[in-house]
Design a protein around this ligand. Structure first.
Ligand SMILES: Cc1cc2nc3c(=O)[nH]c(=O)nc-3n(C[C@H](O)[C@H](O)[C@H](O)COP(=O)(O)OP(=O)(O)OC[C@H]3O[C@@H](n4cnc5c(N)ncnc54)[C@H](O)[C@@H]3O)c2cc1C
Length: 500
């Protein structure tokens, strides 16, 4: 490695001891952000290349935001994603302050065939938003939400988190579909789908996208909507990050009351079969204003587990008791957390439930119904282990999601009643292989029940499986990819490989 570009920390420390504190810090930071040598990097095709010092310096000078190289302050925080087992080191990280910086970064990367990763919330389970040896475009300093109450539209900067969207929209009595954890990125979630507590009423997050501003592989900033670049508009809604860096999302908003009825009802593991059967019967036929998730899980080191039904009911209060009644027939709850609650508070109620302090791996697929054979397979196969945590989860689909034709956007999986997933967790200090093997083996029994999988949960799927998963939309997606990203600059996603 030729990493000569940094003044090392001992020089910074020497400056720090010889000057008063404030000046020392400023001097050290300035010195540490100087490009002082060539940078080793890799292309999208995996070929090692050298980025000349002068070119890297020119890129740095062209930005209003920051260019981070290994060793710079902020480099480690930027390269990291939520999943702590992902530990990749990009050659350079651009933190754009706006679309102009993104255009400069994309031009630099394209001219050198650099591997490119785009990070918004960093929730990609498999770490598609960071990379080894390429350029990461980290959108974390490119956040913001503006709501136009007259047109009921939210304009959301490309690096924003879901919490910002919900907070700003609800303040005006408006909502749109967002995911269930408020620190997930608007970018990744929306471009691949966007399930959430209001999706059965208003469709997926992507169904509410009226337009995007996007920097495509040629470095141009385009607006895509139903009239301008309609092919690109169609493709970005389900095609993930395949076509460029979205700098702004335009979301349709819907008037909604602030208070909903929701929360977790927790059952003992012995009630699992009954809870799951109620879910299987009720979730597919529930009214659109009820969102219902099922979870069964056991933590690392626990001999026991719990089953949960998580509800968000956003319909008329007078109907609530009737709509929620089936939940209470599922078993004998050990805790009933369903209550009247501020919608934005419910949206962040799961913010600490993700496996950010453990190793984890996930297998997932859409189910178009939940037959008794699936109920019994889950009930019989679910086990608790001392050395690992296990979870089976159904995220509710259907309702308005299913009323959108499969070819209206690039997202094809409209028939599903739920996204089913199995997660394994292990202590971070332990090796991962046996746990990943375990969950892959465990998942084999569930494969006959699934019809495709959520591209936002892409892991090590084979190319053929990725293409097949776009179902009837693949041929059209390939045309859009060939047109807007013919060299596959944006490949770290559920990748459509161009054929031009
Ligand atoms: C705790 C947790 C909860 C979740 N809950 C839900 C949920 O309720 N509903 C749901 O549908 N999904 C959910 N997911 C899955 C989620 O949709 C994906 O992980 C998604 O990719 C996260 O987006 P991100 O921006 O945070 O991820 P990142 O890791 O930053 O990015 C993921 C991908 O999106 C691309 N991307 C991101 N932003 C842009 C942009 N502006 N322009 C172009 N490409 C971009 C990246 O290139 C990358 O390929 C959850 C995931 C986690 C970890």
């Amino acid at each position: 490695m030729k990493r000569r570009q940094f003044l090392n920390s001992s020089i910074a420390a020497a400056i720090a001891t010889s000057l008063p504190t404030g000046q020392a810090l400023a001097a050290a930071l300035a010195a540490m952000s100087e490009v002082s040598g060539d940078v080793d990097a890799v292309t999208g095709g995996g070929v090692s290349i050298t980025l000349e010092q002068a070119a890297v310096k020119e890129l740095s000078d062209s930005l209003r935001g920051r260019l981070l190289l290994s060793g710079y302050e902020g480099y480690d925080a930027a390269r990291r994603v939520l999943n702590p087992t992902i530990d990749k080191h990009p050659a350079l990280i651009v933190q754009p302050s706006g679309a102009a910086d993104i255009m400069n970064a994309v031009n630099f990367a394209r001219e050198r065939n650099l591997l490119v990763a785009v990070k918004c919330g960093g929730h990609s389970f498999s770490g598609k938003s960071t990379c080894v040896g390429g350029m990461q475009i980290d959108l974390s300093s490119f956040r913001g939400a503006r709501v136009d109450t007259e047109s009921k539209t939210a304009y959301i900067a490309g690096g924003s988190l879901l919490g910002e969207l919900d907070h700003e929209a609800m303040a005006q009595g408006l909502v749109t579909t967002a995911g269930t954890v408020s620190h997930t990125g608007v970018g990744g979630l929306t471009l691949g789908g966007g399930f959430g507590r209001l999706a059965r009423r208003y469709g997926l997050a992507l169904d509410n996208v009226a337009g995007v501003d996007i920097v495509t592989a040629d470095g141009k900033l385009l607006h895509a909507d139903a009239n301008e670049h309609p092919d690109l508009y169609w493709g970005v809604r389900g095609g993930g990050g395949n076509f460029g860096v979205v700098t702004s999302f335009e979301f349709k908003l819907h008037p909604m009351q602030r208070t909903v009825i929701g929360g977790d009802v927790v059952f003992p593991l012995k009630d699992l079969a009954g809870v799951l059967k109620v879910y299987a019967d009720y979730a597919p036929v529930a009214p659109d204003d009820l969102y219902l998730d099922f979870v069964v899980s056991s933590d690392i080191g626990k001999e026991d587990g719990i089953a949960i039904l998580h509800a968000c009911y956003s319909g008329p209060e007078s109907e609530a008791a009737k709509v929620l009644a089936p939940i209470y027939k599922a078993g004998t709850p050990v805790n009933d957390g369903i209550k009247s609650i501020d919608y934005v508070a419910l949206q962040s109620s799961w913010d600490n439930t993700d496996p950010r302090n453990t190793g984890s791996y996930l297998k997932s697929g859409f189910v178009n119904d939940i037959p008794d054979t699936l109920v019994s397979t889950i009930t019989q196969n679910f086990k608790t282990y001392n050395e690992r945590g296990t979870t089976m989860f159904f995220q509710h689909s259907g309702g308005a999601i299913g009323r959108v034709p499969a070819n209206a956007t690039a997202f094809a999986h409209r028939k599903s009643v739920a996204n089913m997933f199995a997660v394994v967790e292990w202590p971070l200090a332990e090796p991962r292989d046996s746990h990943v093997r375990y969950i892959k083996e465990y998942w084999k029994d569930f494969e006959p029940f699934i019809d495709g999988w959520y591209t936002n949960e892409i892991a090590d799927h084979a190319d053929k499986s990725v293409n097949r998963n776009y179902q009837g939309n693949f041929a059209r997606l390939l045309k859009v990819k060939n047109k807007y990203d013919p060299t596959n600059l944006f490949r770290l996603n559920a990748n459509v490989k161009p054929t031009v």
